[in-house]
Design a protein around this ligand. Structure first.
Ligand code: S3P
Length: 320
């Protein structure tokens, strides 16, 4: 059974400790930090552990402390050392511990924040920025693999980070089991092949990956469907009426401009619906300016590239 802790992960300097403390005030949950637990256990600093006993010894302690935390803490905020998610067994423990929030940060931000800090043994080297870049690259997948929620922190103030974490936790709870459907109409399977100057160079599989990453980040179940056939799209919309779909994102392709049949199918389903267009349909041919499907949707997003799909998913998640 999953404990109700909030677990903050992220690279050194991502703000786990500071954001954790602030979050702890706001949501009135106690906070613990695995590095501090290690320091108390060993009665010396992390830097001294690295210097005297080496990194391997530290990594063993990290896993031990995490195992203890799983049986000990409930309803806490727990921030963990930047390297904790690297070990597969730690990732499993983190997930058991609670909802994992990844504070994602860019190398340059880390460098600016930590350039005068000597408490991080791994960054005491000739070229810390390069080291940060390499470590972040090597750890990217590990962080993302165990994250339930990802917050990009570079452009945000501390207050904003905490607010965003709070909102995402709330949204995650509300939308955890949300079942969404993303439908792509004709020629969208030709992304990356067709009119690259209009639709970009990324292919359809890239879009599917973006959507699945979003599903992971938000905890939603997102099914994707693509067809070049009007009737097949209508069948899939009708199926959504019966299969528990709670929101539809649809890019009807050129059918947008004349398919009253797709419009009628959409109108018969009352879940939130967002129409998406990759290009700016208002700045292209006259016939593209008209959408017969948008009036039966709750929102239309265009000209945002592939990000429009992700914005549409967020719109549905926050729709009430
Ligand atoms: C480390 C990050 C540090 C600390 C140790 C190793 C890492 O924690 O655990 O220096 O491997 O990234 P913070 O992320 O809290 O600085």
């Amino acid at each position: 059974m999953k404990k109700k802790n909030i677990v903050l992960i992220g690279f050194m300097g991502s703000g786990k400790t500071t954001a954790g403390i602030r979050l702890s005030y706001r949501i009135r949950k106690p906070i613990e930090d695995t590095d501090k637990l290690i320091e108390r256990k060993e009665k010396c600093t992390i830097r001294e552990i690295f210097d005297n006993k080496g990194e391997e010894y530290f990594r063993k302690l990290e896993t031990e402390v995490l195992q203890e935390a799983v049986s000990k803490y409930k309803n806490y905020i727990i921030s963990v050392g930047g390297g904790t998610p690297v070990r597969q067994e730690n990732r499993e423990l983190l997930k058991q511990l609670g909802t994992v929030v990844y504070l994602r940060v860019k190398p340059e931000t880390v460098y600016e924040r930590l350039k005068k800090d000597t408490s991080r043994p791994l960054l005491q080297c000739e070229d810390p920025l390069e080291k940060i870049r390499q470590m972040l690259k090597a750890r990217k997948e590990a962080y993302e693999a165990c994250a339930d929620i990802i917050v990009d922190v570079d452009e945000l103030s501390l207050q904003e980070v905490v607010t965003k974490v709070q909102q995402e936790l709330e949204g995650n709870r509300k939308a955890k089991s949300m079942k969404l459907l993303v439908i792509n109409g004709p020629n969208l399977n030709f992304l990356g092949i067709r009119e690259k100057s209009v639709y970009g160079t990324q292919d359809y599989n890239y879009l599917l990956k973006l959507i699945q990453d979003k599903a992971k980040e938000t905890g939603c179940e997102i099914e994707t469907y693509q067809s070049n056939h009007e009737g097949a799209i209508i069948d899939r919309i009708q199926e959504a009426y019966f299969d528990g779909t709670q929101g539809i994102v649809i890019n009807p392709g050129a059918y947008t401009h004349y398919s009253y049949a797709i419009r009628d199918a959409l109108a018969s389903i009352t879940v939130p619906k967002v129409e998406v267009h990759i290009s700016n349909i208002q700045e292209r041919e006259e016939f593209r300016k008209i959408s017969v499907t948008a009036p039966v949707c709750d929102k239309q997003i265009f000209g945002q590239g592939l990000d429009g799909y992700l914005q549409a998913i967020d719109f549905i998640r926050n729709f009430s």
